[in-house]
Design a protein around this ligand. Structure first.
Ligand code: GLY
Ligand code: MN
Ligand code: MN
Length: 346
């Protein structure tokens, strides 16, 4: 028997970008095969996957122009978050307040960028504990937190991916602040671990170690911190069930087809752009925790550029500390009020 038939045309395809193209290429392969009945689609799929993998790996290091695009996308995203804060007072009075802030962000994304980089997550209260809450149909009640995960895609199609968790009425409650600060400390630990030469996965380990410690301090972790952070343990994942970092670029989850040894097990290097995004999510129906925690979901997500000197937070223009978030929101409302008083049209 000869080699399996793989079609007469020589073409490799990144699949699942456009279903019509997938179908066209499959048809061309079939039509040009000497022996179509013996066409080995599995071999062709594997060759296509190799191309996707190679492209993913080429994208792991961003060049200067790409880094500029990332900065453009982040700057536009920062503008979008300001619009969301401005929209919050009206959102609080609306039956679908989450849609109000989603719309405010989208309007800015279209004005200053190409589009959204991904569906906005505008999640208030317990909805923030649903990981990919993109229905955004809920109310935003005063006293709740709003988790906003949103990114503008620049005209070059590079996207930001940023999350801030904001107190809907401008002030954190004591327990919200406690959870928020644990997540912030986890993010800072991730940031400290993100050094050139360290492993990509070290960021997640550093961030989740902090969360496990906090959960233990609060009496929520059913085992010791040592057991929780061991490979067999991971009990803290009940409240932090996702990864801490992913590469970012043309796709929100850029480089996803890269080989494990270059991604999760890969070494952090100058030119990489990735997120740091720990969170804690306490569901309303979680009876394993005291009632005061329930309905609180917090994530803080920043976009990081690795340089030879260490990590640079590209999204640092958005406040991260709880006090800074409060005073940033208050400042935006003061400016709005001053504008109204002086008859400015904005
Ligand atoms: N916005 C999707 C993510 O954070 O991965
Ligand atoms: Mn992300
Ligand atoms: Mn995100």
């Amino acid at each position: 028997m000869g080699a399996p038939e793989i079609g007469g045309i020589s073409i490799r395809l990144v699949r699942k970008v456009d279903e019509n193209i997938d179908a066209l290429v499959d048809t061309a392969r079939y039509n040009t095969a000497k022996d179509p009945d013996n066409l080995d689609l599995a071999v062709l799929d594997a060759l296509d996957e190799k191309l996707s993998e190679a492209l993913s790996e080429l994208r792991l290091l961003k060049d200067e122009w790409e880094i500029e695009q990332m900065m453009t996308a982040v700057a536009a995203t920062v503008e979008g978050f300001v619009e969301v804060v401005k929209a919050l007072p009206r959102a609080l009075t609306h039956a679908r307040g989450e849609r109000v802030v989603e719309g405010a962000f989208f309007a800015r994304a279209r004005e200053v960028g190409n589009e959204l980089g991904y569906d906005t997550i505008a999640a208030a209260g317990n909805n923030a504990t649903v990981l990919h809450w993109t229905r955004n149909t809920g109310r935003i009640n005063a006293g709740e937190l709003l988790l906003l995960d949103a990114g503008v895609e620049a005209d070059s199609l590079y996207t930001a991916d940023v999350t801030r968790t904001l107190p809907a009425n401008g002030t954190f409650t004591a327990v919200q602040r406690k959870v928020y600060e644990a997540v912030l400390d986890a993010a800072d630990a991730g940031f400290a671990a993100a050094q050139p030469g360290a492993k990509f996965r070290d960021i997640h380990t550093a961030a989740t170690n902090v969360l496990a410690e906090r959960l233990a301090e609060w009496g929520l972790l059913p085992v010791s911190v040592e057991e929780a952070v061991s490979a067999e343990g991971q009990q803290h994942r009940r409240w932090m069930p996702h990864g801490t970092s992913h590469h970012l670029g043309l796709d929100v989850h850029d480089c996803a087809q890269a080989k494990r040894e270059l991604y999760l097990d890969g070494i952090l290097a100058e030119g990489m752009v990735f997120t740091i995004e720990p969170g804690l999510y306490f569901k309303n129906e979680d009876l394993a925790i005291p009632a005061e925690y329930r309905g609180i979901g917090v994530r803080i997500e920043d976009d990081i550029l690795m340089t030879a000197d260490g990590p640079v937070n590209l999204s640092a223009a958005l406040p991260r500390k709880a006090d800074d978030v409060e005073s940033w929101m208050a400042g935006i409302y003061q400016e709005l009020d001053a504008g109204k008083a002086s008859g400015d049209i904005r």
